[in-house]
Design a protein around this ligand. Structure first.
Ligand code: NOJ
Length: 561
Protein backbone atom coordinates (compact mmCIF):
# COMPACT_ATOMS: atom_id res chain seq x y z
CA UNK A 1 0.00 0.00 0.00
CA UNK A 2 1.42 3.41 -0.94
CA UNK A 3 2.45 5.43 2.04
CA UNK A 4 0.46 8.60 2.63
CA UNK A 5 2.27 11.94 2.59
CA UNK A 6 1.71 12.58 6.30
CA UNK A 7 3.60 9.45 7.28
CA UNK A 8 6.89 11.28 6.84
CA UNK A 9 5.65 14.75 7.81
CA UNK A 10 6.80 16.71 10.82
CA UNK A 11 3.81 18.39 12.43
CA UNK A 12 3.72 21.61 14.42
CA UNK A 13 0.78 22.99 16.34
CA UNK A 14 0.28 26.74 16.43
CA UNK A 15 -1.89 28.25 19.13
CA UNK A 16 -2.91 31.36 17.19
CA UNK A 17 -3.56 33.91 19.93
CA UNK A 18 -0.12 33.43 21.50
CA UNK A 19 2.05 32.91 18.44
CA UNK A 20 2.77 36.21 16.68
CA UNK A 21 0.87 39.48 16.31
CA UNK A 22 1.07 41.39 13.04
CA UNK A 23 -1.37 44.26 13.66
CA UNK A 24 -0.37 45.48 17.10
CA UNK A 25 -3.54 44.54 19.01
CA UNK A 26 -1.78 42.23 21.46
CA UNK A 27 -3.26 39.06 19.96
CA UNK A 28 -1.55 36.68 17.57
CA UNK A 29 -3.05 36.45 14.09
CA UNK A 30 -2.82 35.01 10.60
CA UNK A 31 -0.44 37.73 9.41
CA UNK A 32 1.83 36.78 12.31
CA UNK A 33 1.73 33.10 11.39
CA UNK A 34 2.50 33.88 7.74
CA UNK A 35 5.47 35.99 8.79
CA UNK A 36 6.93 32.96 10.59
CA UNK A 37 6.51 30.38 7.83
CA UNK A 38 10.16 30.70 6.81
CA UNK A 39 11.20 30.07 10.40
CA UNK A 40 9.03 26.94 10.52
CA UNK A 41 10.24 25.77 7.15
CA UNK A 42 13.86 26.16 8.22
CA UNK A 43 13.11 24.17 11.36
CA UNK A 44 12.02 21.32 9.10
CA UNK A 45 8.33 21.41 9.88
CA UNK A 46 5.99 20.68 6.96
CA UNK A 47 2.56 20.12 8.49
CA UNK A 48 0.87 22.86 10.48
CA UNK A 49 -2.09 22.29 12.77
CA UNK A 50 -3.52 25.69 13.58
CA UNK A 51 -5.85 26.14 16.57
CA UNK A 52 -9.42 27.21 15.69
CA UNK A 53 -9.62 30.31 13.51
CA UNK A 54 -13.39 30.70 13.11
CA UNK A 55 -15.39 33.62 14.44
CA UNK A 56 -15.93 33.07 18.15
CA UNK A 57 -16.84 34.94 21.34
CA UNK A 58 -13.75 33.16 22.80
CA UNK A 59 -15.36 31.60 25.82
CA UNK A 60 -13.10 28.62 25.18
CA UNK A 61 -10.47 30.37 23.08
CA UNK A 62 -12.03 29.67 19.70
CA UNK A 63 -13.34 26.16 20.35
CA UNK A 64 -16.73 27.85 20.72
CA UNK A 65 -17.59 28.74 17.14
CA UNK A 66 -20.08 31.52 16.40
CA UNK A 67 -19.78 31.47 12.62
CA UNK A 68 -17.97 28.76 10.66
CA UNK A 69 -18.14 30.87 7.53
CA UNK A 70 -16.16 33.76 8.95
CA UNK A 71 -12.62 34.08 10.26
CA UNK A 72 -12.29 35.46 13.77
CA UNK A 73 -11.61 39.19 13.21
CA UNK A 74 -8.96 38.97 15.94
CA UNK A 75 -7.02 36.69 13.60
CA UNK A 76 -7.78 38.28 10.21
CA UNK A 77 -9.96 37.60 7.21
CA UNK A 78 -10.79 34.84 4.75
CA UNK A 79 -8.25 36.42 2.39
CA UNK A 80 -5.58 36.10 5.05
CA UNK A 81 -6.44 32.43 5.41
CA UNK A 82 -6.17 31.93 1.65
CA UNK A 83 -2.81 33.67 1.76
CA UNK A 84 -1.69 31.35 4.53
CA UNK A 85 -2.62 28.32 2.41
CA UNK A 86 -0.80 29.59 -0.65
CA UNK A 87 2.29 30.77 1.24
CA UNK A 88 2.48 27.45 3.08
CA UNK A 89 2.03 25.45 -0.11
CA UNK A 90 4.73 27.51 -1.81
CA UNK A 91 7.07 26.19 0.89
CA UNK A 92 5.84 22.59 0.57
CA UNK A 93 4.03 22.84 3.87
CA UNK A 94 0.49 21.69 4.50
CA UNK A 95 -2.12 23.19 6.78
CA UNK A 96 -4.70 21.47 8.98
CA UNK A 97 -7.55 23.51 10.40
CA UNK A 98 -8.81 22.79 13.89
CA UNK A 99 -12.49 22.05 13.40
CA UNK A 100 -14.74 21.97 16.48
CA UNK A 101 -17.78 19.92 15.48
CA UNK A 102 -18.97 18.51 18.80
CA UNK A 103 -20.45 21.86 19.82
CA UNK A 104 -20.90 25.46 18.72
CA UNK A 105 -20.97 28.67 20.68
CA UNK A 106 -24.33 29.55 22.25
CA UNK A 107 -24.00 32.68 20.09
CA UNK A 108 -24.12 30.65 16.88
CA UNK A 109 -27.25 31.58 14.88
CA UNK A 110 -28.36 27.92 14.96
CA UNK A 111 -28.46 27.97 18.74
CA UNK A 112 -30.04 31.41 18.87
CA UNK A 113 -32.79 30.18 16.55
CA UNK A 114 -33.16 27.00 18.61
CA UNK A 115 -33.74 29.15 21.69
CA UNK A 116 -36.07 31.66 20.14
CA UNK A 117 -38.17 29.11 18.24
CA UNK A 118 -38.55 25.69 19.89
CA UNK A 119 -40.33 24.42 16.78
CA UNK A 120 -37.45 25.38 14.47
CA UNK A 121 -35.33 22.81 12.68
CA UNK A 122 -32.29 24.26 14.51
CA UNK A 123 -33.78 23.13 17.84
CA UNK A 124 -33.10 19.63 16.57
CA UNK A 125 -29.43 20.50 15.98
CA UNK A 126 -28.88 20.40 19.76
CA UNK A 127 -29.98 18.23 22.69
CA UNK A 128 -32.83 19.85 24.59
CA UNK A 129 -34.43 17.81 27.37
CA UNK A 130 -36.91 18.32 30.16
CA UNK A 131 -35.52 18.45 33.71
CA UNK A 132 -36.27 15.74 36.26
CA UNK A 133 -38.26 18.10 38.40
CA UNK A 134 -38.13 21.59 39.82
CA UNK A 135 -34.62 22.87 39.02
CA UNK A 136 -33.20 19.39 38.50
CA UNK A 137 -31.34 18.69 35.27
CA UNK A 138 -32.32 15.69 33.12
CA UNK A 139 -29.58 13.51 34.63
CA UNK A 140 -26.49 13.50 36.87
CA UNK A 141 -23.89 13.90 34.11
CA UNK A 142 -21.02 16.29 34.76
CA UNK A 143 -19.12 17.91 31.90
CA UNK A 144 -15.36 18.23 31.49
CA UNK A 145 -15.16 21.71 33.00
CA UNK A 146 -16.30 21.01 36.57
CA UNK A 147 -20.03 21.74 36.17
CA UNK A 148 -23.25 19.90 35.34
CA UNK A 149 -23.46 19.00 31.65
CA UNK A 150 -26.87 20.70 31.49
CA UNK A 151 -27.98 24.31 31.50
CA UNK A 152 -31.53 25.54 31.76
CA UNK A 153 -32.89 27.60 28.88
CA UNK A 154 -36.60 28.37 29.16
CA UNK A 155 -38.60 25.25 29.95
CA UNK A 156 -35.88 22.81 29.06
CA UNK A 157 -32.19 22.07 29.56
CA UNK A 158 -29.56 21.77 26.86
CA UNK A 159 -26.52 19.52 26.94
CA UNK A 160 -23.00 20.95 27.05
CA UNK A 161 -20.09 18.70 27.98
CA UNK A 162 -17.73 21.69 27.94
CA UNK A 163 -18.68 25.22 29.08
CA UNK A 164 -22.31 26.29 29.24
CA UNK A 165 -21.59 28.59 26.30
CA UNK A 166 -20.76 25.51 24.19
CA UNK A 167 -23.97 23.57 23.51
CA UNK A 168 -23.39 20.08 22.09
CA UNK A 169 -24.51 19.41 18.54
CA UNK A 170 -26.91 16.55 17.91
CA UNK A 171 -25.13 14.34 15.39
CA UNK A 172 -28.16 12.05 15.16
CA UNK A 173 -29.75 14.79 13.12
CA UNK A 174 -28.99 14.28 9.39
CA UNK A 175 -29.62 17.92 8.52
CA UNK A 176 -27.04 19.01 11.08
CA UNK A 177 -24.54 16.52 9.69
CA UNK A 178 -25.07 17.91 6.21
CA UNK A 179 -24.40 21.44 7.43
CA UNK A 180 -21.08 20.29 8.90
CA UNK A 181 -20.11 18.48 5.69
CA UNK A 182 -20.78 21.63 3.67
CA UNK A 183 -18.47 23.62 5.93
CA UNK A 184 -15.70 21.01 5.63
CA UNK A 185 -16.04 21.00 1.84
CA UNK A 186 -15.84 24.78 1.75
CA UNK A 187 -12.46 24.84 3.52
CA UNK A 188 -11.04 21.94 1.53
CA UNK A 189 -11.99 23.78 -1.66
CA UNK A 190 -10.40 26.92 -0.25
CA UNK A 191 -7.08 25.09 0.08
CA UNK A 192 -6.74 23.49 3.47
CA UNK A 193 -5.08 20.08 3.59
CA UNK A 194 -7.28 18.54 6.22
CA UNK A 195 -8.54 18.91 9.74
CA UNK A 196 -7.88 18.17 13.33
CA UNK A 197 -11.39 17.25 14.43
CA UNK A 198 -11.85 18.60 17.92
CA UNK A 199 -13.40 16.41 20.62
CA UNK A 200 -14.44 13.99 17.90
CA UNK A 201 -14.89 10.93 20.07
CA UNK A 202 -17.70 12.70 21.92
CA UNK A 203 -20.01 13.15 18.93
CA UNK A 204 -22.22 10.19 19.81
CA UNK A 205 -24.11 10.28 23.11
CA UNK A 206 -25.99 7.71 25.14
CA UNK A 207 -29.40 8.69 23.81
CA UNK A 208 -31.23 7.10 26.73
CA UNK A 209 -29.85 10.01 28.79
CA UNK A 210 -30.10 7.86 31.91
CA UNK A 211 -28.19 8.72 35.09
CA UNK A 212 -24.68 7.42 35.45
CA UNK A 213 -24.45 4.64 37.99
CA UNK A 214 -20.99 5.72 39.07
CA UNK A 215 -20.52 7.29 42.49
CA UNK A 216 -21.50 10.97 42.31
CA UNK A 217 -19.43 13.84 43.74
CA UNK A 218 -20.76 15.97 46.67
CA UNK A 219 -22.86 17.95 44.15
CA UNK A 220 -24.50 14.77 42.91
CA UNK A 221 -22.63 14.87 39.58
CA UNK A 222 -20.50 12.29 37.76
CA UNK A 223 -18.02 12.74 34.94
CA UNK A 224 -18.84 9.42 33.28
CA UNK A 225 -17.21 9.58 29.87
CA UNK A 226 -18.87 6.35 28.80
CA UNK A 227 -22.06 8.39 28.36
CA UNK A 228 -20.56 10.51 25.62
CA UNK A 229 -17.30 8.98 24.40
CA UNK A 230 -16.41 6.36 21.80
CA UNK A 231 -19.96 5.14 21.45
CA UNK A 232 -20.99 2.85 18.55
CA UNK A 233 -22.78 5.50 16.48
CA UNK A 234 -19.56 7.48 16.26
CA UNK A 235 -18.29 5.12 13.60
CA UNK A 236 -21.43 5.62 11.50
CA UNK A 237 -21.28 9.39 11.69
CA UNK A 238 -17.61 9.51 10.76
CA UNK A 239 -17.95 6.95 7.97
CA UNK A 240 -20.62 9.07 6.40
CA UNK A 241 -18.41 12.14 6.80
CA UNK A 242 -15.62 10.31 4.96
CA UNK A 243 -17.86 9.14 2.19
CA UNK A 244 -19.51 12.52 1.69
CA UNK A 245 -16.42 14.69 2.02
CA UNK A 246 -12.95 13.40 2.93
CA UNK A 247 -12.82 10.63 0.32
CA UNK A 248 -13.02 13.27 -2.40
CA UNK A 249 -9.80 15.03 -1.34
CA UNK A 250 -6.17 14.12 -0.67
CA UNK A 251 -6.57 15.31 2.89
CA UNK A 252 -5.44 14.30 6.35
CA UNK A 253 -8.07 13.99 9.05
CA UNK A 254 -6.81 13.62 12.61
CA UNK A 255 -9.34 13.08 15.35
CA UNK A 256 -8.87 14.14 18.93
CA UNK A 257 -9.71 10.92 20.77
CA UNK A 258 -10.43 11.69 24.39
CA UNK A 259 -12.54 9.70 26.79
CA UNK A 260 -10.09 6.84 27.24
CA UNK A 261 -10.21 5.27 23.80
CA UNK A 262 -8.31 1.99 23.59
CA UNK A 263 -5.99 1.27 20.64
CA UNK A 264 -8.34 -1.55 19.62
CA UNK A 265 -11.37 0.76 19.60
CA UNK A 266 -9.39 3.36 17.71
CA UNK A 267 -8.51 0.87 14.99
CA UNK A 268 -12.11 0.90 13.89
CA UNK A 269 -11.75 4.61 13.20
CA UNK A 270 -8.34 4.56 11.52
CA UNK A 271 -7.59 1.16 10.01
CA UNK A 272 -6.54 1.40 6.37
CA UNK A 273 -7.89 1.40 3.77
CA UNK A 274 -11.10 3.31 3.95
CA UNK A 275 -11.44 4.02 7.68
CA UNK A 276 -13.22 7.28 8.48
CA UNK A 277 -10.17 9.03 9.98
CA UNK A 278 -6.45 8.85 9.20
CA UNK A 279 -5.14 9.10 12.74
CA UNK A 280 -6.27 9.85 16.28
CA UNK A 281 -4.49 11.69 19.04
CA UNK A 282 -4.80 9.63 22.20
CA UNK A 283 -4.06 11.04 25.67
CA UNK A 284 -2.30 8.01 27.10
CA UNK A 285 1.23 9.37 27.24
CA UNK A 286 0.42 12.84 28.54
CA UNK A 287 0.12 12.45 32.30
CA UNK A 288 2.42 9.54 33.12
CA UNK A 289 3.80 11.19 36.23
CA UNK A 290 0.80 11.33 38.53
CA UNK A 291 0.36 15.05 37.86
CA UNK A 292 -3.26 14.90 36.69
CA UNK A 293 -5.75 15.80 39.43
CA UNK A 294 -2.83 15.94 41.87
CA UNK A 295 -3.76 18.90 44.08
CA UNK A 296 -3.18 16.80 47.20
CA UNK A 297 0.34 15.83 46.11
CA UNK A 298 3.65 17.48 46.91
CA UNK A 299 6.04 18.27 44.04
CA UNK A 300 8.33 15.41 45.11
CA UNK A 301 5.53 12.96 44.46
CA UNK A 302 5.33 13.95 40.79
CA UNK A 303 7.70 11.47 39.23
CA UNK A 304 7.84 10.28 35.64
CA UNK A 305 6.68 6.70 35.39
CA UNK A 306 8.98 5.35 32.69
CA UNK A 307 7.21 1.98 32.80
CA UNK A 308 3.86 3.59 32.04
CA UNK A 309 5.29 5.71 29.24
CA UNK A 310 6.92 2.72 27.61
CA UNK A 311 3.82 0.58 27.99
CA UNK A 312 1.50 3.24 26.60
CA UNK A 313 3.57 3.97 23.52
CA UNK A 314 3.95 0.24 22.87
CA UNK A 315 0.25 -0.60 23.32
CA UNK A 316 -0.58 1.76 20.50
CA UNK A 317 2.31 0.71 18.31
CA UNK A 318 1.51 -2.98 18.62
CA UNK A 319 -2.09 -2.55 17.60
CA UNK A 320 -1.66 0.10 14.89
CA UNK A 321 1.69 -0.70 13.32
CA UNK A 322 1.24 -1.79 9.70
CA UNK A 323 -2.52 -1.21 9.88
CA UNK A 324 -2.92 2.46 10.61
CA UNK A 325 -0.98 5.69 10.97
CA UNK A 326 -0.64 7.46 14.26
CA UNK A 327 0.55 10.80 15.60
CA UNK A 328 3.14 11.32 18.33
CA UNK A 329 3.22 14.25 20.70
CA UNK A 330 4.25 15.21 24.21
CA UNK A 331 1.94 18.13 24.78
CA UNK A 332 -0.34 20.66 23.15
CA UNK A 333 -2.37 23.71 24.20
CA UNK A 334 -4.32 21.55 26.69
CA UNK A 335 -1.39 20.46 28.83
CA UNK A 336 1.44 21.88 30.86
CA UNK A 337 4.75 22.36 29.03
CA UNK A 338 6.64 19.13 28.46
CA UNK A 339 9.94 20.37 29.93
CA UNK A 340 8.09 21.05 33.18
CA UNK A 341 6.07 17.84 32.95
CA UNK A 342 8.66 15.15 32.13
CA UNK A 343 11.89 17.13 32.04
CA UNK A 344 13.40 19.65 34.42
CA UNK A 345 13.82 23.39 34.26
CA UNK A 346 17.14 22.94 36.08
CA UNK A 347 18.25 20.79 33.12
CA UNK A 348 16.28 22.62 30.46
CA UNK A 349 18.75 22.14 27.65
CA UNK A 350 19.47 18.47 28.34
CA UNK A 351 15.91 17.42 29.12
CA UNK A 352 14.25 19.28 26.22
CA UNK A 353 16.65 17.64 23.78
CA UNK A 354 16.23 14.23 25.38
CA UNK A 355 12.44 14.44 25.21
CA UNK A 356 12.40 15.45 21.57
CA UNK A 357 14.88 12.80 20.50
CA UNK A 358 12.92 10.11 22.35
CA UNK A 359 9.65 11.08 20.68
CA UNK A 360 10.93 11.89 17.21
CA UNK A 361 12.26 8.45 16.39
CA UNK A 362 9.32 6.45 17.71
CA UNK A 363 6.79 5.14 15.17
CA UNK A 364 4.34 7.82 14.05
CA UNK A 365 4.00 11.38 12.77
CA UNK A 366 5.52 13.71 15.39
CA UNK A 367 3.78 16.94 16.34
CA UNK A 368 5.78 19.70 18.02
CA UNK A 369 3.83 22.23 20.07
CA UNK A 370 4.85 25.86 19.48
CA UNK A 371 7.61 26.91 21.87
CA UNK A 372 8.64 23.35 22.65
CA UNK A 373 11.53 23.75 20.20
CA UNK A 374 13.08 26.44 22.41
CA UNK A 375 12.40 24.67 25.70
CA UNK A 376 9.54 26.90 26.90
CA UNK A 377 8.43 25.85 30.37
CA UNK A 378 5.45 26.43 32.68
CA UNK A 379 4.37 29.99 33.36
CA UNK A 380 5.17 30.18 37.08
CA UNK A 381 2.47 32.83 37.56
CA UNK A 382 2.02 34.77 40.80
CA UNK A 383 -1.74 34.90 41.19
CA UNK A 384 -4.87 32.95 40.34
CA UNK A 385 -6.02 35.87 38.18
CA UNK A 386 -3.12 35.18 35.81
CA UNK A 387 -4.99 32.07 34.66
CA UNK A 388 -8.19 33.92 33.81
CA UNK A 389 -7.92 33.40 30.04
CA UNK A 390 -9.09 29.81 30.45
CA UNK A 391 -12.63 29.13 31.56
CA UNK A 392 -11.86 25.46 32.25
CA UNK A 393 -9.04 26.39 34.64
CA UNK A 394 -11.13 29.08 36.38
CA UNK A 395 -14.07 26.68 36.85
CA UNK A 396 -11.68 24.26 38.52
CA UNK A 397 -10.48 27.06 40.84
CA UNK A 398 -14.07 27.57 42.01
CA UNK A 399 -14.52 23.84 42.52
CA UNK A 400 -11.30 23.57 44.56
CA UNK A 401 -12.27 26.55 46.70
CA UNK A 402 -15.61 24.88 47.45
CA UNK A 403 -13.69 21.78 48.50
CA UNK A 404 -11.80 23.95 51.00
CA UNK A 405 -8.40 24.42 49.34
CA UNK A 406 -6.65 27.73 50.03
CA UNK A 407 -5.52 30.02 47.21
CA UNK A 408 -1.82 29.30 47.69
CA UNK A 409 -2.35 25.56 47.26
CA UNK A 410 -4.52 26.08 44.19
CA UNK A 411 -2.00 28.46 42.64
CA UNK A 412 0.84 26.02 43.17
CA UNK A 413 -1.24 23.27 41.60
CA UNK A 414 -2.19 25.38 38.58
CA UNK A 415 1.42 26.32 37.98
CA UNK A 416 2.09 22.61 37.75
CA UNK A 417 -0.90 21.44 35.74
CA UNK A 418 -2.99 24.17 34.08
CA UNK A 419 -3.16 24.31 30.30
CA UNK A 420 -2.59 28.07 30.50
CA UNK A 421 1.07 27.13 31.02
CA UNK A 422 1.17 26.17 27.36
CA UNK A 423 -0.56 29.33 26.20
CA UNK A 424 1.93 32.00 27.22
CA UNK A 425 3.23 34.13 24.34
CA UNK A 426 5.79 32.56 22.03
CA UNK A 427 9.23 33.92 22.93
CA UNK A 428 10.83 35.20 19.74
CA UNK A 429 13.61 37.38 21.13
CA UNK A 430 14.79 39.21 24.25
CA UNK A 431 13.14 42.56 23.52
CA UNK A 432 10.51 43.88 25.94
CA UNK A 433 7.58 42.21 24.21
CA UNK A 434 9.53 39.06 23.31
CA UNK A 435 9.29 39.90 19.60
CA UNK A 436 5.58 39.08 19.77
CA UNK A 437 4.77 42.23 17.80
CA UNK A 438 2.97 44.12 20.60
CA UNK A 439 2.37 43.83 24.33
CA UNK A 440 0.61 40.45 24.61
CA UNK A 441 -2.96 41.02 25.73
CA UNK A 442 -4.15 37.56 26.77
CA UNK A 443 -1.51 35.80 28.87
CA UNK A 444 1.58 37.21 30.54
CA UNK A 445 5.00 36.42 29.13
CA UNK A 446 7.24 33.96 30.97
CA UNK A 447 10.18 36.07 32.23
CA UNK A 448 12.63 33.32 31.30
CA UNK A 449 12.79 34.83 27.80
CA UNK A 450 15.58 36.93 29.34
CA UNK A 451 17.50 33.79 30.30
CA UNK A 452 18.04 32.71 26.71
CA UNK A 453 14.69 30.96 26.25
CA UNK A 454 13.86 32.71 22.99
CA UNK A 455 14.24 31.98 19.30
CA UNK A 456 16.80 34.67 18.54
CA UNK A 457 19.26 33.70 21.29
CA UNK A 458 18.87 30.03 20.45
CA UNK A 459 19.50 30.65 16.77
CA UNK A 460 22.81 32.22 17.72
CA UNK A 461 23.86 29.32 19.94
CA UNK A 462 25.00 26.22 18.02
CA UNK A 463 24.28 24.02 21.06
CA UNK A 464 20.77 25.35 21.64
CA UNK A 465 17.62 23.28 21.89
CA UNK A 466 16.39 24.92 18.69
CA UNK A 467 19.44 23.90 16.68
CA UNK A 468 19.19 20.39 18.10
CA UNK A 469 15.56 20.20 16.92
CA UNK A 470 16.52 21.33 13.46
CA UNK A 471 19.33 18.80 13.19
CA UNK A 472 17.23 15.99 14.65
CA UNK A 473 14.42 16.66 12.17
CA UNK A 474 16.87 16.58 9.26
CA UNK A 475 18.08 13.17 10.47
CA UNK A 476 14.51 11.90 10.90
CA UNK A 477 13.85 12.87 7.28
CA UNK A 478 16.98 11.23 5.92
CA UNK A 479 15.57 8.28 3.92
CA UNK A 480 18.03 5.80 5.43
CA UNK A 481 16.74 6.51 8.92
CA UNK A 482 13.13 7.32 7.97
CA UNK A 483 12.78 3.83 6.49
CA UNK A 484 14.06 2.21 9.66
CA UNK A 485 11.60 4.23 11.75
CA UNK A 486 8.62 3.80 9.48
CA UNK A 487 9.08 0.17 8.42
CA UNK A 488 11.60 -1.39 10.82
CA UNK A 489 10.44 -3.52 13.72
CA UNK A 490 10.34 -1.50 16.95
CA UNK A 491 11.27 -3.15 20.24
CA UNK A 492 12.41 -1.97 23.64
CA UNK A 493 15.91 -2.47 24.96
CA UNK A 494 15.90 -3.35 28.67
CA UNK A 495 12.13 -2.87 29.03
CA UNK A 496 12.34 -3.18 32.80
CA UNK A 497 14.74 -0.34 33.38
CA UNK A 498 13.10 2.09 35.86
CA UNK A 499 14.82 5.21 34.52
CA UNK A 500 15.91 4.66 30.93
CA UNK A 501 13.67 4.65 27.86
CA UNK A 502 15.52 2.81 25.12
CA UNK A 503 14.31 1.36 21.84
CA UNK A 504 15.60 -0.22 18.69
CA UNK A 505 14.34 -0.12 15.11
CA UNK A 506 15.47 -3.06 13.06
CA UNK A 507 15.08 -2.01 9.46
CA UNK A 508 17.89 -1.76 6.90
CA UNK A 509 19.72 0.35 9.47
CA UNK A 510 19.58 -0.57 13.14
CA UNK A 511 18.70 2.63 14.95
CA UNK A 512 18.75 2.85 18.70
CA UNK A 513 17.64 5.58 21.10
CA UNK A 514 18.79 5.57 24.71
CA UNK A 515 17.32 8.24 27.01
CA UNK A 516 17.76 8.85 30.70
CA UNK A 517 14.56 10.35 32.11
CA UNK A 518 16.14 11.30 35.46
CA UNK A 519 17.87 14.46 36.74
CA UNK A 520 20.67 12.23 38.08
CA UNK A 521 23.17 9.71 36.80
CA UNK A 522 21.97 6.19 36.02
CA UNK A 523 23.56 3.13 34.43
CA UNK A 524 22.53 1.17 31.39
CA UNK A 525 23.83 -2.18 30.26
CA UNK A 526 24.69 -2.23 26.58
CA UNK A 527 25.63 -5.29 24.50
CA UNK A 528 25.69 -3.81 21.01
CA UNK A 529 28.43 -2.39 18.87
CA UNK A 530 28.12 1.34 18.34
CA UNK A 531 28.61 2.04 14.65
CA UNK A 532 27.75 5.68 14.80
CA UNK A 533 26.52 8.30 17.27
CA UNK A 534 24.09 10.28 15.12
CA UNK A 535 22.84 12.61 17.81
CA UNK A 536 23.74 13.21 21.42
CA UNK A 537 22.98 15.90 24.00
CA UNK A 538 26.32 15.62 25.87
CA UNK A 539 29.97 15.37 24.89
CA UNK A 540 31.75 12.02 25.03
CA UNK A 541 30.24 8.58 25.54
CA UNK A 542 30.89 7.08 28.99
CA UNK A 543 31.00 3.39 28.08
CA UNK A 544 33.02 0.80 29.97
CA UNK A 545 32.59 -2.98 30.32
CA UNK A 546 29.22 -2.91 28.56
CA UNK A 547 27.82 -0.31 30.92
CA UNK A 548 26.95 3.22 29.81
CA UNK A 549 26.97 5.91 32.46
CA UNK A 550 24.12 8.22 31.58
CA UNK A 551 24.29 11.74 32.96
CA UNK A 552 21.11 13.70 33.87
CA UNK A 553 18.71 13.45 30.91
CA UNK A 554 21.45 12.17 28.62
CA UNK A 555 20.15 10.84 25.32
CA UNK A 556 21.66 9.26 22.18
CA UNK A 557 20.59 8.29 18.73
CA UNK A 558 22.88 5.49 17.62
CA UNK A 559 23.42 3.24 14.67
CA UNK A 560 24.28 -0.14 16.17
CA UNK A 561 25.32 -3.55 15.01
C1 NOJ B 1 -10.31 19.97 22.99
C2 NOJ B 1 -9.53 21.22 22.77
O1 NOJ B 1 -8.20 20.86 22.49
C3 NOJ B 1 -9.67 22.03 24.03
O2 NOJ B 1 -8.80 23.13 24.05
C4 NOJ B 1 -11.11 22.46 24.14
O3 NOJ B 1 -11.30 23.13 25.37
C5 NOJ B 1 -12.06 21.27 24.08
N1 NOJ B 1 -11.71 20.31 23.07
C6 NOJ B 1 -13.45 21.74 23.78
O4 NOJ B 1 -13.55 22.16 22.45
Amino acid sequence: MASAWWKSSIGYMIYPESFKDSNGDGIGDLGGIISKLDYLHDLGVDLLWIGPLFDSPMDDNGYDVRDYGKINPLYGTMDDLKRLFSEAHARNMRVLLDFPINHTSDEHPWFQKALSDPSSKERGYYYFKKGKGENLPPNNWAGFFSTSAWEKAGEEYYLHIFTKKMPDLNWENPELRKEIYDIARFYLELGCDGFRLDAVTHLAKDLSFEDSEMKPDPNGLVLDTSKFSNRPRLYDYLSEFREEVFSHYDCLVVGEAGGCISPEESLKLVEKPGAPLNMVFNFDTVWNNGNFDSIKKKDEEIFTDVFALRRNFMRWYEVLNGKADMPLYWCNHDHPRVVSQYGSVAYRNESAKMLFLTLLFLYGTPFIYNGEEIGMSNANYGSLGDFKSDRGTMNSVEAYKKEGYDEETILHYLNRTSRVNARTPMQWDRSENVGFGSKPAINKVNPNYLEGVNVYDEMCDPYSILNFYQYAIALRKNPAYADAVEYGRLSYVDPNHPDVFSYLHEGGTKLMVISNFRPYTVYFTFYYEMKDVLLHNYDGVLLKDHVITLRPFESFLLVVR
